[in-house]
Design a protein around this ligand. Structure first.
Ligand SMILES: Nc1ncnc2c1ncn2[C@@H]1O[C@H](COP(=O)(O)OP(=O)(O)OP(=O)(O)O)[C@@H](O)[C@H]1O
Ligand SMILES: [Mg+2]
Length: 292
């Protein structure tokens, strides 16, 4: 059974983010991950399991350790102890060379898009292919133009990042992240700095990309409304600890007072929020992501 079908079945069976066994395949397992900077223990033993093909959102306030966790996942920082298992490989145990190769499984969509301002959209998106593959110019062109079309960026390749809107830049950043066909996409604060309407469009884009490319999504966020819209599973990080996990609704209805408090303080109206529609898990949608 493919992942979308398994997830759909799990939803029908009352999926609360705790489905284990053969229905869902474990993709990323983090075990007792700790990170200290000198005497300051920033991550205090984090454990989480993320299944193939789902969107997991790690949410938490300022200074909780989100960026630190993300840097460790990207192999930019080493943990003090603990494991990060992706399939059967422990990232924390790889040497620098192995890590460099392994990192290709992970695509990163940076906060504020992190495009190179002096390069055209085409060259920004082509960058990973030029750096990491031996593809010919013609092959690179085909891939880049194809991806830009898929993401609704037709005829934008000659423009520079400053000539695009925030939402369009985000899509260029996503196109670049997808070039090496990663299994896992990591989004750093994808909606921060965007107006509510554009935030919604970016949320849709994250979901559409998951369905279209079958990626496992790991999203770092402090946007509660966005979390409700896209997360199959949410982890609330407070001061270096996961204090609650489950579906976004579990954060509100679960036993953790800290979690309820966090949702309350975020100011979102839980009763009126959109949830990731279970039907969206039933199968891949075909066709292009529409231009906005
Ligand atoms: N390289 C570093 N050296 C020393 N301390 C660090 C380093 N990186 C992060 N820290 C500390 O780790 C803690 C967590 O920082 P981190 O950037 O991970 O938080 P965050 O959850 O991303 O916060 P924000 O939402 O504000 O971005 C902070 O107290 C920070 O000072
Ligand atoms: Mg941060």
């Amino acid at each position: 059974m493919d992942t979308n079908a398994a997830l759909a079945q799990a939803w029908r069976a009352g999926y609360k983010g705790d489905v284990t066994g053969d229905k869902l395949q474990e993709h990323i397992i983090i075990r007792d991950l700790k990170k200290s900077f000198g005497p300051n223990e920033v991550l205090k033993g984090i454990s989480m399991t993320i299944h193939r093909g789902e969107t997991a959102v790690i949410i938490g306030g300022s200074g909780a350790g989100k960026t630190t966790l993300l840097r460790i996942l990207m192999g930019l920082e080493r943990p003090t102890s603990g494991q990060i298992l992706i399939e059967d490989t422990d990232m924390a145990a790889l040497n620098d060379r192995q890590l460099n190769t392994f990192r290709r499984k992970l695509g990163m969509v940076f906060q504020y898009s992190a495009l190179l301002d002096s390069l055209t959209i085409f060259d920004n998106v082509a960058f990973p292919l030029v750096e990491h593959t031996k593809l010919s110019k013609a092959q690179i062109k085909e891939k880049v133009i194809g991806m830009l079309q898929t993401l609704g960026l037709v005829n934008k390749e000659h423009l520079f990042p400053s000539e695009l809107s925030g939402g369009q830049r985000k899509r260029v950043s996503l196109a670049r992240a997808l070039m090496l066909e990663p299994e896992i996409l990591i989004y750093d604060e994808p909606t921060s700095g965007l107006d509510p309407l554009t935030s919604r469009l970016v949320d849709d884009l994250i979901e559409e990309t998951r369905q279209r490319f079958g990626t496992t999504n790991l999203v770092i966020s402090h946007d509660m409304a966005s979390t409700f819209r896209i997360a199959h599973r949410a982890f609330l990080l407070i001061q270096g600890r996961v204090v609650a996990s489950g579906s976004p609704d579990d954060l509100v209805t679960g036993p953790s007072e800290e979690a309820r408090d966090f949702v309350l303080k975020s100011g979102v109206d839980v009763a009126r929020l959109n949830r990731v529609p279970p039907a969206s898990l039933a199968g891949s949608r075909k066709g292009e992501v529409t231009s906005r």
